[in-house]
Design a protein around this ligand. Structure first.
Ligand SMILES: [Zn+2]
Length: 375
């Protein structure tokens, strides 16, 4: 970072920090594997809604329920809670058609590099090159937060549908509470968690490494209510796998469930005194995917557009501006430093971080003040 840029950021953030106004004490990160910006901002895709090769030949009910004349109407039908309640309460970035862009900086555009970029604030090109479950060599944000905030292992939790999170989520195994893929929970947590732990093996998906999002989400929600973690990552997986299987009908159903889960999560946050008015909710994706009938199922270096993701944030520190008024480009690696700033932690304390806090996510950015040089 140049001195000038650093000076600018300091003047940007200092009035805010000095005022001691930080209310954010908890972070809930929600990721949806391979959920495209096209569906988030535009609902059911007119290119795919009648496409036989996408499993839509018998999807009359879905088409009738989700179709509409405009993108805005279609997205409200696909993700009603997200667009009616969450978006107006915070910010949403990444609608490429409106000049807002969120991009991954890793060069692979597949899941492990993407999740690692979210959880470490940097791409690790040449080290994390694909989805093989090698141990993340870098201390992750949840590991850093556990130490920085003096949290116990149980207060820093990750529930994921995809098995590989066991390798992604922590550089030192056992640092955080982590349950992903088909994996039993420790006994004695709560009757509901014991039930979900056994249920996961009775209701199988078609994929050996990805369990149902219902199991992952219900586990995380019960854990939130009973263990009160300060950091919680809930990682949904199904939409990506249905897309790889060329089943757009199932992708749409998965996104509908994702929206209902967000509503349940938001309701829980409002109902729990430990979380109400003190929680940052950060929602994003690990990668995009193709934008044509030929390549929407896929993603990776050779698939144009799969570097393009989206990001939503709601927190006490974040302005309630919805998606309007934002232009320009931010990056996946900026998510971790932004979370640190929301918590009132100087992101530069996190060694090796390459991203920068996203100014639009901070109310201080919009506080009227004498205009400093921003070049
Ligand atoms: Zn994928």
């Amino acid at each position: 970072m140049s001195t000038r840029r650093r000076a600018f950021l300091c003047c940007l953030l200092l009035p805010f920090l000095a005022a001691g106004q930080h209310k954010t004490r908890n972070v809930i990160l929600v990721t949806a594997d391979g959920l495209r910006w096209q569906e988030v901002f535009g609902g059911i895709d007119p290119l795919l809604q009648n496409e036989k090769s996408a499993g839509m030949e018998e999807a009359d009910e879905l088409r009738a329920r989700l179709s509409a004349a405009t993108r805005e109407e279609r997205r409200r039908k696909l993700m009603p809670f997200f667009w009616s309640t969450l978006a107006p309460a915070g910010i949403v970035l990444g609608d490429v058609s409106k000049g807002s862009s969120v991009k991954v900086t890793n060069k692979y555009h597949v899941s492990y590099p993407g999740y690692s970029e979210i959880l470490t604030g940097r791409a690790q090109d040449g080290v994390i090159v694909g989805n093989r479950p090698i141990r993340n060599p870098t201390q992750t944000l949840p590991e850093f937060l556990r130490r920085k905030l003096g949290l116990t292992k149980e207060q820093v939790a990750l529930f994921g549908s995809w098995r590989v999170f066991h390798a992604i989520g922590e550089s030192k195994p056992g640092t955080i509470f982590l349950n992903a893929g088909y994996r039993e929970l420790p006994a004695g947590l709560s009757p509901r968690l014991e039930k979900l732990s056994s249920l996961q093996f009775d209701v199988l998906t078609p994929w050996p490494t990805v369990r149902h999002d219902y199991i992952t989400f219900e586990m995380a929600l019960e854990y939130l209510r009973t263990a009160h973690p300060g950091f919680l990552h809930i990682a949904f997986g199904e939409a990506d796998d249905w897309a790889h299987d060329k089943r757009y009908d199932r992708v749409l159903v998965s996104i509908g469930y994702f929206d209902r889960a967000l509503k349940q999560l938001w309701t829980a946050i409002q109902a729990l005194p430990e979380y109400r008015d003190s929680t940052a909710l950060v929602i994003t994706s690990d990668h995009g995917r193709g934008g044509t009938v030929g390549d929407w199922t896929s993603h990776g270096q050779s698939v144009p557009g799969s570097e393009q993701i989206w990001l939503a944030m709601v927190s006490p520190e974040t302005p309630a501006r919805g998606e309007t008024g934002f232009a320009g480009e931010v990056h996946q690696r900026d998510i971790a430093p932004t979370i640190l700033e929301l918590l009132g932690i100087d992101y530069r304390e996190y060694t090796g971080v390459l991203g920068k806090p996203i100014p639009q996510a901070l109310k201080a950015h919009f506080t009227p003040r004498p205009r400093a040089s921003t070049k």
